[in-house]
Design a protein around this ligand. Structure first.
Ligand code: 4NP
Length: 162
């Protein structure tokens, strides 16, 4: 069993959706015995809250997903509890690395490196201050990136940047 933690800033827009889409791909490919997933935020602004209602509405509309994750803050122990930590952008990545303990196990990656269409981009853009189009774009991006990431995990072909 390999465990994956998806991380963004607030844990209400990007990472809970990445978690749910990754799990959907895992379920569809009958891989539930091989992979588990969770999500967290580097900030504590929204602890205990469900995902943003715009994220939840788009998840239901485009992928028939009901997001039930409640926001929690990323912590140093996540480096020990997970095999992979997947950051949504470089700022998240830097804030994750500040909490890296001596005995870290997890490998830290950038989600956008698994974009199958556009190379050379680093970020899943934060839609929080955006409009419906921004939430839709993030949904499609995360659907693609989580699917490619799962494929690469299955091929043991992971680009480690930590
Ligand atoms: P997320 O989006 O990091 O994708 O969950 C954000 C959520 C909340 C805030 C910023 C980004 N905020 O400033 O409260």
């Amino acid at each position: 069993m390999q465990s994956v933690l998806f991380v963004c800033l607030g844990n209400i827009c990007r990472s809970p959706l990445a978690e749910a889409l990754f799990v959907k791909h895992v379920n569809e490919q009958n891989l539930t015995k091989k992979f588990s997933a969770d999500s967290a935020g580097t900030a504590a602004y929204h602890l205990g809250e469900l995902a943003d209602k715009r994220t939840r509405a788009m998840a239901l509309k485009l992928s028939n997903l009901n997001l039930t994750h409640k926001a929690r803050q990323f912590e140093s122990n996540d480096f020990i509890a997970f095999d992979f930590i997947v950051a949504m952008d470089k700022t998240n990545f830097q804030n994750i690395m500040k909490l890296k303990p001596e005995n870290a196990k997890a490998k830290v990656l950038l989600m956008r490196h698994y974009d199958s269409m556009i190379q050379n981009e680093d970020a899943i853009p934060d839609p929080y201050y955006g409009n419906e189009n921004d939430f839709e774009k993030v949904h499609h991006l995360l659907n693609d990136c989580t699917k490619s990431f799962l494929k690469e995990l299955m091929r043991n072909n992971i680009r480690i940047i930590s």
